[in-house]
Write a protein that binds this ligand. Structure first.
Ligand code: LMR
Length: 398
């Protein structure tokens, strides 16, 4: 029966990691997968994470099962980190939280939940969106369609087109939004635009589904949660997928959470039973370690401060790199304007070059990025900025 299968192409983002590792050029630069790196190009373990792991090693007494919802303490703290301590959805007990294997686990469980509610649900995703959104949603047999989002020519959000397209959506359709640090384009909605979108979604009976994988890496932990908090307050039904991969640096520990907001506490209990049953039939229960680290940090004032301070250093470094990249490209005499890069947020921006130029950067200069020209800003450093700027400028000259 296996002969019915056809070989599939490798994942475009993850394959870049393999290609980069195999490249022997000492000047090689990895701007591919979205992983934070320090000035030395190293993805270090955050200090609060090491402290929490040390504490867990000394105090953990069991490895017994934790159940489909994961750890209660993690779910308590992660929902407050995301929504704030005083959020109405928490006070009204309208929210179900489950710890998941990373943000992908959260997205997929949310998608399976939607499919269980209504199998022919349509999910609107931004054009462009993170490449893995599509298979995660379609894997749950949902219909996926796009709303306009980023204009490659003006480097800005196509906000009017986004709104008019969403006006044409049907009540009960789901709208997937990036909570902050849009992946791949780095162009985020302003608070005014979030207000307009929230009003539109609620008025039309559209269900918000927010993927927030970079909280704290844009403008700040609270600032980055503006949209998700607003929608959780206004919308009667909502889904949220969050990830601890980037802001806690827990990539391989696969730590995330799915949150589902119901119109009232009674409906929330029904929601919870369905979500936990879906989880049980997929992976039964999430891995514990990453969430135990996050819970240890967020339940300790000192560790929370250490973590928040280190996250701020990462955020500010990314912003500084954005400015330096735009300046260094301009300093090469390049006539193309890259001043949009410091205006965008988080790890990613499109350079706005074509696939051939991306290929030349890879083949001639060993600079790796996704074919769409999405770069991971955090892959830059003072060691490679000039090289990247000059190489890009050379390629643009033709
Ligand atoms: C990325 O977009 O590079 C990250 O979110 C990693 C991934 O899994 O694709």
């Amino acid at each position: 029966m296996f002969e019915h299968l056809h070989a599939l192409p490798a994942d475009p983002i993850l394959n870049l990691m393999v290609q980069y590792r195999q490249d022997n050029n000492p000047l090689k630069v990895d701007l591919g997968v979205g992983v934070y790196k320090d000035e030395q190009g190293h993805t270090a373990i955050m200090q609060a994470v090491t402290a929490a792991e040390t504490h867990l090693l000394a105090t953990e007494t069991t490895k017994t099962y934790i159940g489909p919802a994961g750890a209660e303490g993690f779910n308590y703290h992660i929902s407050r980190l995301l929504l704030g301590n005083e959020h109405s959805a928490l006070k009204d007990k309208r929210i179900t939280v489950a710890q998941t294997p990373g943000g992908c686990g959260a997205l997929r469980m949310a998608a399976e939940f939607l499919a269980k509610c209504a199998p022919d649900t349509t999910v609107w995703v931004s054009d462009p969106t993170w490449a893995n959104h599509i298979p995660l949603l379609k894997g749950a047999r949902l219909n996926v369609t796009e709303y306009p989002y980023y204009d490659g020519a003006t480097k800005a959000i196509r906000f009017d087109a986004m709104c008019s397209t969403l006006e044409s959506a049907n009540a009960g359709d789901v709208v997937l939004l990036h909570g902050c640090c849009h992946n791949p384009c780095g162009a985020d909605l302003s608070t005014d635009q979030w207000d307009i979108i929230a009003e539109l979604l609620v008025r039309k009976g559209l269900i918000p589904f927010v993927d927030i994988a970079y909280q704290g890496l844009g403008d700040g932990l609270d600032e980055d949660a503006y949209g998700v908090r607003l929608l959780a307050d206004k919308a009667p039904e909502m889904l949220i997928a969050s990830s601890c991969s980037k802001n806690f640096g827990l990539y391989r520990e696969r730590t995330g959470s799915v949150m589902i907001i119901a119109p009232n506490q009674q409906q929330a209990a029904v929601t919870a039973s369905n979500l936990f049953s879906i989880i049980r039939s997929h992976y039964s229960m999430p891995p514990a370690h990453g969430a135990a680290i996050v819970e240890t940090i967020l339940s300790n004032t000192e560790l929370t401060k250490s973590w928040g301070d280190e996250l701020a250093v990462m955020r500010n470094r990314i912003l500084q790199l954005r400015h330096q990249l735009a300046n260094d490209i301009a300093a090469t005499g390049c006539t193309q304007d890259f001043s949009f890069i410091p205006q965008q947020k988080g790890m990613f921006s499109f350079l706005g070059i074509n696939k051939d130029q991306v290929g030349r950067l890879r083949d001639e200069y060993s600079i790796y990025m996704v074919d769409s020209s999405r770069i991971n800003i955090a892959g830059l450093s003072s060691h490679n900025l000039n090289y990247v700027a000059q190489s890009l400028s050379n390629v643009l000259k033709g």
